[in-house]
Ligand binder design. Structure first.
Ligand SMILES: [Zn+2]
Length: 103
């Protein structure tokens, strides 16, 4: 039996390889904004984090997003992202089961 191919991405905080849909994408847009991209379709440079606040906190501590996005992320942006992250975490885990193999 061949294993199904699942696109894997690395969490920038814990460095674990995870299926893409298990991860939350953070994007730096061409307008130099850094935001959470739940659709995974925004253009710009992306970084992935497990859908866990613990990983976000780790990324914040290590400034892992700065490195992954090759862009300086200010403490204010990290604060804002953390709030957004907490807000979207539940929604993210609820919706991802519903969009399994479509698309
Ligand atoms: Zn992680």
């Amino acid at each position: 039996m061949k294993a199904r191919r699942v696109p894997l991405r690395k969490c920038v905080a814990c460095q674990e390889m995870m299926p893409k849909k298990e991860l939350i994408r953070i994007v730096r847009t061409p307008q130099e904004e850094v935001m959470i991209d739940l659709t995974g379709k925004k253009s710009g440079r992306g970084a992935y984090l497990c859908g866990k606040v613990a990983c976000f906190k780790l990324a914040k501590k290590n400034r892992a997003l700065d490195k992954a996005l090759k862009h300086e992320v200010s403490p204010e942006i990290y604060e804002q992202l953390e709030l957004d992250f907490i807000r979207v975490e539940d929604e993210f885990h609820e919706t991802k089961d519903g969009m399994d193999d479509e698309g």
